[in-house]
Design a binder for this molecule. Structure first.
Ligand code: HSE
Length: 425
């Protein structure tokens, strides 16, 4: 039987989950895949953690040279997160001829081209199934399951923390700050929740998924990003009355040779399959021109779900004689003209206005003068003289809606533009 040596860099949540699966399923993988996976080295300074997991102390080290210098280690799996030292350790592993496995979406989305260059030198492979949507095999679906398709769009709920927060705001009417606190207590959100709630995590994942889907580099700085920290429960409730569910979506499209990619909160019709994805679950909805729509659903985080994706990558890397090379250019500076920045959408808008004659007609006049067509208008009757007026537009350009709202914000009788939320179909 083929014996393959593996090194695990870090024994945090996902590293620990990976260790547990490799230990408990060693014989199962050997029987079914014909590969005897041997964990030869674990890079971890927390010896208590290693002991807790039952790792043989003889294979625990804090010295990366032990990994790099062991010719019997063919696969290096990294669980550090952040850019350094993960990037350096993985580049050096690739240059030493090893394959790498990573769940590190920030590092991978920003340094993929450098990793690929090192892999080309050393002959190893890059495996990153766990970088997007945890245990959901979305990377392999795009690379190995859709070769007969041009992918035209992706819509994904790829961040469990924000999906948990928005689901609770929607189902229980609890405000953002209280839901965030609960997400932190449950271990979904970090003490500093910025990466999740401001959409950075989803942006990294969108970059990786869109690059694979459209077979060109979609760098993070070409992706529009907006988080959920400004979302008010009342907009979720008004949206519900209109038949919508609010989600943080990673959206990308390829139309007429141009890619547009964005991450932002978006209303989806309540009947859309992504609307039913609740709590910390993830789902990715992909359209291919041959297969039509595909949706994959599952756990986007956690020790065993993400460990499942890592182990799958380790088995893939271990079983390959030759690794996949991405033939499209990862390294060159992307041509900005290949990206659409001024995208089109439908919009939900909430204005707070004075309930007096002429206000609505002045607002409608500005929308009309800017060529914005309204699909619905609802005024919420209130005790006070300030009322909420909700507009949903037909499809219009982002630049147009922003110009119209800047003008509307100056009108007499308009107190403020309280919400602007995109509506996806
Ligand atoms: N923090 C991520 C989430 C999981 O909440 O989905 C890892 O990407």
């Amino acid at each position: 039987m083929k014996k393959v040596g593996v090194a695990l860099l870090g024994l945090g949540v996902v590293g620990g989950g990976t260790y547990t699966i490799l230990r408990d399923k060693h014989d199962y993988i050997a029987e079914n895949e014909g590969i005897d996976i041997e964990i030869r080295c674990v890079l971890e300074k927390n010896l208590d953690r290693a002991r807790e997991l039952g790792v043989d102390p003889a294979i625990v080290t804090t010295d990366i040279e032990r990994v790099l210098g062991d010719p019997d280690i063919a696969v290096v799996a990294e669980f550090f997160g952040g850019i350094e030292p993960a990037r350096t350790f993985l580049i050096r592993s690739l240059e030493a001829g090893k394959s790498i496995v990573t769940a590190n979406k920030e590092m991978f989305s920003k340094h993929w081209h450098e990793l690929e260059a090192a892999a080309q030198k050393g002959g190893g492979g890059l495996y990153f199934e766990a970088s997007c949507a945890g245990g959901i095999p979305i990377i392999r679906t795009l690379t190995d399951g859709m070769q007969g398709n041009a992918v035209t769009s992706i819509k994904g709920i790829v961040n469990g923390t924000t999906n948990y927060i928005l689901s609770r705001m929607s189902d229980e009417g609890v405000d953002y700050a209280a839901c965030l606190k609960d997400a932190q207590a449950l271990g979904y959100a970090e003490a500093d929740p910025t990466a999740d709630v401001e959409g950075f995590d989803a942006m990294y994942k969108n970059s990786i998924l869109s690059s694979l889907a459209y077979k060109r580099r979609v760098p993070v700085d070409m992706i529009y990003r907006e988080g959920i920290s400004h979302i008010a429960v009342e907009d979720i409730n008004y949206g519900k009355e209109l038949g919508y569910t609010l989600k943080l979506l990673a959206v990308s499209k390829c139309q007429g040779g141009k890619v547009e990619a964005r991450v932002h909160p978006a209303f989806l019709p309540a009947g859309h399959p992504l609307s039913g994805v609740k709590g910390s679950f993830n789902a990715v909805f992909v359209h291919g021109d041959s297969v039509d729509d595909i949706m994959l659903y599952g756990r986007g985080a956690g020790a065993l779900p993400t460990g499942s994706a890592i182990v799958s990558d380790i088995v893939f890397a271990a079983g390959k004689c030759a690794h996949r090379r991405f033939p499209w250019e990862l390294g060159s500076e992307p041509d900005a003209s290949a990206f659409a920045s001024d995208f089109s959408s439908r919009y939900y808008i909430r204005l707070m206005v004075s309930d007096e004659e002429g206000t609505l007609s002045r607002i409608a006049g500005v929308f009309g003068n800017n060529g914005v067509s309204l699909a619905s208008v609802v005024q919420k009757e209130a005790e006070s003289s300030e009322v909420a007026v909700i507009f949903v537009t037909h499809e219009t350009r982002e630049s147009v809606i922003k110009k119209a709202l800047a003008e509307i914000g100056q009108l007499s009788g308009v107190d403020k533009v309280a919400a602007l939320i995109r509506v996806e179909e």
